[in-house]
Design a protein around this ligand. Structure first.
Ligand SMILES: Cc1cc2nc3c(=O)[nH]c(=O)nc-3n(C[C@H](O)[C@H](O)[C@H](O)COP(=O)(O)OP(=O)(O)OC[C@H]3O[C@@H](n4cnc5c(N)ncnc54)[C@H](O)[C@@H]3O)c2cc1C
Length: 299
């Protein structure tokens, strides 16, 4: 997980937005696209690629999200001080697309993985209906640190691994790559009909991995496929790896140790961790026990 305890100062390039559900659309067995609108989105500035944002979702007994403060210096303390049963649930998601419609309406799409009714974000998305309002901390400037896909100058091929939670980000990245960029991508999804092939001007070769094991054995399946793969002939590949924390560490080890990709040219981000909710991961981050995603970490 990318869990950094949110420091109030970090909000400088970000601000609060009120986002209202306009419509939902089922994209595959696991994916639900929620399209948001709202007047404040006129100031929303997605940097594209894997731009992420923090959503604040209401508790099941609440219709809309309300926060006691959206002031950059005080919101965090005020949010933390709320009673557990009233405090909106904070979760990280990807801006799948931002657009202004021909009628001048600002819209933001977020693709939620539905993975069960007992997890707050998945459950909220599964029940989302138009008119529901949530809050988000999102980008106020397009160049911001929540765009993690940053290939160095001279990159001549892209390697990608994403599970279903990172498929929206991978798809948004692929849409923006220059025509002809060689890309080898491995996308791991729970079901056959979750293979939502992204459009891209790049020269993309995708291997889909339909998960056979829901537990820790999933990583072995991914590694087996990776080891059998032929990579593009490149001098300076850049690897973007995102998904379940245990799997992304193994994939990162594979590309660095077995494929000799320069560890500084690998961006790996844990999007979730098997058996841990985002609250538990945040608690570990506050206690300084979160595993490192530093490119120089020896794993
Ligand atoms: C930068 C970033 C961008 C992200 N973008 C997206 C995105 O666009 N779409 C998206 O769907 N997710 C995305 N995620 C992942 C999402 O934040 C997590 O999956 C989150 O845990 C979901 O919250 P929840 O309330 O549903 O589950 P939690 O309450 O956090 O977790 C409850 C339980 O469910 C498990 N769990 C969490 N996610 C999954 C899953 N997908 N499948 C199976 N079990 C799971 C946990 O291990 C835990 O045991 C992103 C994460 C990050 C860090």
């Amino acid at each position: 997980m990318t869990v950094t305890a949110p420091a109030p100062a970090a909000v400088a390039h970000f601000r609060f937005f009120t986002m209202e559900v306009l419509r939902t659309r089922r994209l595959g067995r696991s994916f639900l696209r929620v399209t948001f609108g709202g007047a404040s989105l006129a100031d929303f500035r997605s940097g594209g690629y894997d731009q992420s944002l923090s959503l604040f979702l209401p508790q099941p007994h609440q219709e809309h999200t309300t926060l006691p403060s959206t002031d950059e210096d005080t919101w965090f303390g005020a949010w933390r001080a709320m009673p557990d049963e009233e405090r909106p649930v904070m979760r990280s998601y990807t801006v799948r697309e931002q657009r202004r419609t021909p009628r001048g309406v600002d819209e933001v799409d977020i693709d939620f993985v539905l993975h069960g009714d007992s997890s707050p974000a998945s459950s909220w998305a599964g029940r989302a209906v138009s008119g529901r309002r949530i809050m988000a901390i999102g980008p106020a400037v397009a160049e911001n640190k929540s765009v993690r896909f940053q290939p160095p100058a001279g990159t001549d091929a892209i390697l990608m691994y994403a599970d279903e939670t990172a498929l929206p980000a991978a798809s948004a990245i692929l849409e923006r790559l220059p025509a002809g960029t060689p890309v080898k991508a491995w996308f791991e999804v729970p079901h056959e009909d979750d293979r939502l092939a992204p459009a891209s001007p790049a020269d993309v070769d995708i291997t889909w991995i339909v998960r056979a094991d829901q537990g820790p054995g999933r990583t072995d399946q991914v590694l087996e496929v990776l080891r059998a793969a032929e990579l593009p002939d490149a001098r300076a590949p850049y690897a973007w790896i995102a998904g379940e924390s245990g799997t992304i560490r193994a994939v990162r080890r594979h590309v660095v140790q077995e494929r000799s990709v320069d560890r500084r040219a690998v961006r790996f981000t844990g999007y979730w961790r098997l058996g841990r909710s985002e609250e538990q991961l945040l608690a570990e981050a506050y206690a300084g026990r979160a595993p490192s995603e530093d490119p120089d970490s020896a794993l």
